[in-house]
Design a protein around this ligand. Structure first.
Ligand code: NAI
Ligand code: 15L
Length: 276
């Protein structure tokens, strides 16, 4: 554990203009972090002191290398963030990810990768997963996140690049359906998670950790062991106060309700029926 609250080197945040990028920019900026922000669309909010923004496409490798110069941590939140056709996903989420890992390698920076529950979304909700359970992507988007975690393993094993793989559940202002009673991650818990992942002096002997990024929801019975003790993160919020309002809010679709990935598992699902 560490007593520092501000990283010694600048932190690069990709996807800064997106929903979570804006949340993190505001929260980490208020804590005095030196942020280098980037996205392919302009940053819509006032910039905090200590932050600067540069437009760049993740597919522009030299631009990403330049942006990362001098950074000690990369918070990689940019890219396609929901299910899309393969050809839409591959550029930002595969080629773009490669550029970010190359930048991390060159700078000796720690990578904090916004992976997703959709990397494991085809596990049924009856399964209990640990950090070494098999990947089971529920679409092309989830497949890109699974590939990202594998790429992180390659850069760890071959180049010593550290990674924190955040398998984010559902990070929104509040939960909005029954599934999110399990998967919800509050913005405050996300912000604390990023601080712990960035400031932890070490990621242990493995050099990488997987985190099930959900708040302290009593309905989250699907995800168990992970690396939170290594980085010192404990979620403090909970979806439990929304149970009465949301527990009946289900889709009625047996495929969607069967799998951890919910609606994403049901997109373009063409089997006659889910396996028994
Ligand atoms: P978002 O879609 O609001 O933000 C993604 C940002 O990436 C956008 O601002 C977009 O312009 C940028 N981007 C896309 N392609 C790019 C490219 N080629 N070059 C540069 N920038 C590009 O998504 P959100 O919700 O903020 O999520 C952030 C990250 O967290 C994403 O990687 C997403 O997959 C991941 N995540 C989010 C969850 C959530 O509940 N919000 C759950 C699980 C994972
Ligand atoms: C994700 O990976 C998406 O980025 C987000 O928009 C939500 O759909 C979330 O998963 C979820 O599963 O709720």
């Amino acid at each position: 554990m560490t007593t520092e609250t501000v990283p010694q080197k600048p932190v690069l945040l990709t996807g800064a203009s997106g929903a979570l990028g804006r949340v993190l920019t505001r929260a980490l900026g208020e804590q005095g972090w030196t942020l280098r922000l980037t996205d392919r669309v302009p940053f819509p909010d006032p910039l905090p002191a200590g932050a600067r923004f540069q437009l760049a496409d993740l597919e522009d490798g030299p631009a990403i290398l330049r942006l990362a110069e001098g950074c000690g941590t990369i918070l990689h939140f940019g890219g396609i963030s929901v299910e899309h056709p393969f050809e839409t996903v591959i550029g930002p989420n595969i080629r773009g990810l490669y550029h970010v890992y190359e930048a991390a390698r060159r700078e000796g920076a720690r990578m904090i990768f916004a992976s997703s529950n959709h990397a494991i979304g085809f596990h049924p909700r009856s399964a209990v997963l640990d950090d070494d359970s098999s990947l089971a992507p529920d679409g092309f988007y989830g497949l890109s996140k699974a590939y990202g975690e594998l790429m992180g393993g390659l850069y760890r094993d071959k180049h010593g690049v550290e990674s924190v793989f955040l398998r984010i559940g559902s990070c929104f202002p509040e939960p909005t359906d029954a599934r999110m009673l399990a998967t919800w991650l509050s913005y405050a818990d996300l912000t604390r998670l990023i601080a712990c992942a960035t400031l932890a002096p070490s990621l242990g002997p493995a050099g990488s950790v997987v985190i099930w990024a959900a708040s302290n929801n009593s309905r989250m019975t699907w995800w168990r062991r992970d690396g939170r003790a290594v980085i010192g993160w404990t979620p403090q919020d909970s979806a439990d106060s929304y149970v009465a309002a949301l527990e009946g809010k289900t889709s009625g679709d047996p495929v969607v309700e069967r799998y951890q990935g919910g609606g994403f598992a049901g997109i373009d699902y063409s089997r006659a029926a889910p396996p028994r």
